[in-house]
Design a protein around this ligand. Structure first.
Ligand code: SF4
Length: 346
């Protein structure tokens, strides 16, 4: 809703070389702000519909692309089927000449689809969800769509996108590693996925997703351009030694849902205070909000998600409790020490 700041960030990204700038909108006031931002920038705009899919009709006249997440369609108007909702979105996009991105995300897969697969198969439901949405869009004759299949693990991104490209080589793919984390590790993870996919001709647009303060968001664009240049010029790094047996810290890129700006600093501090455990193959997830944070930390060995006043700490899907921003790091360290003490030394 901060039109001036969002327009300034949009223009900074655009000037840094972003071809498409995505803005998240979850309320009518957000949507009105997008209309005002449209007047202040020449960038191609995509809007990220969060839970409220019906906002598409308010936003479509002002944007070039609408991104929806199949896993979020059920939140509003639960009596309506997802098929009805997608038909509505396709109709709105058609009317206002917008493209659509079907954005599948590992942390928010359609729950109905998740139930059809083994709990340890995270790629199966992502793929199946993407394919059924493509089929529906095809069936209504909507052709201007692309798909993204994002995970925080670059190897899962590679696998999911390769499998999708094999099944639907005709559908454009938007590539990215979600919640890649802080630079430089977040850039490295993204590079691994993009090198493997783009070198094989898979992928049409990209996003580099980094946990950086708002005034440094252009780093995502600079990193993305550099990765593309390196691939084009044959500077492909080895992906054999990936560090997968090392401590893996994932953190979300932050968005309009962050309620405490201390989140980015917290992510940086988590990295510092856990550096001593670098040789242990644990994953620590740091998420910026209470909407997606609880679900997107389930698969991590230790997860932190940020509320307005407190940080919630989890061990896998189990909650440990909530702690102040000042006390969370020492509690995290205790939990990490416990994991190390119980880990297999081999
Ligand atoms: S976890 Fe929350 S704050 Fe972070 S990017 Fe996702 S929705 Fe935004």
């Amino acid at each position: 809703m901060d039109v001036a700041a969002t327009a300034a960030q949009t223009n900074a990204l655009w000037e840094a070389g972003a071809d498409i700038v995505r803005i998240a909108a979850d309320s009518r006031r957000d949507a009105e702000a997008v209309a005002a931002i449209r007047d202040r920038t020449g960038a191609a705009l995509a809007v990220d519909l969060q839970e409220n899919y019906r906002l598409a009709e308010v936003l479509a006249p002002f944007v070039d692309k609408i991104r929806y997440n199949p896993g979020h369609l059920y939140h509003h108007q639960r009596s309506k089927s997802w098929q009805e909702k997608v038909r509505f979105l396709a109709g709105v996009a058609e009317e206002f000449n917008c493209a659509i991105r079907v954005g599948i995300n590992c942390g928010s897969i359609d729950p109905a689809m998740k139930d059809l697969f083994d709990s340890d198969d995270s790629i199966g439901p992502m793929l199946a969800s993407a394919l059924e949405h493509c089929e529906l869009l095809d069936s209504v004759g909507f052709t201007r769509y692309c798909v993204s299949l994002k995970d925080s693990d670059p190897f899962k991104v590679i696998d999911a996108n390769r499998r999708f490209a094999k099944a639907r080589p005709d559908v454009p793919l938007h590539l990215g590693v979600t919640e890649a984390g802080l630079p430089p590790d977040g850039i490295h993870k993204t590079r691994i996925a993009l090198e493997q996919l783009i070198s094989q001709g898979i992928g049409d647009t990209i996003r580099v997703s980094l946990t950086v303060p708002n005034n440094l968001k252009v780093e995502e664009v600079i990193a993305g351009r550099q990765i593309l240049t390196d691939i084009a010029e044959g500077r492909i790094g080895s992906v054999v030694d990936t560090g997968r047996r090392m401590l893996n810290i994932i953190s979300c890129p932050s968005c309009s849902r962050v309620e405490n700006a201390a989140f980015v600093e917290l992510a940086q501090k988590v990295k510092q205070v856990t550096a001593y455990a670098m040789e242990y193959p644990f994953t620590i997830a740091v998420m910026g909000c209470r909407v997606n944070g609880p679900g997107e930390t389930d698969d991590a060995d230790l997860g932190l998600w940020c509320g307005p006043q407190d940080v919630h700490l989890k061990r896998g899907p189990q909650s440990i409790g909530r702690f102040s921003y000042d006390s969370i790091l020492s509690r995290l360290k205790q939990e990490l020490d416990l994991l190390i003490a119980n880990s297999d030394p081999s």
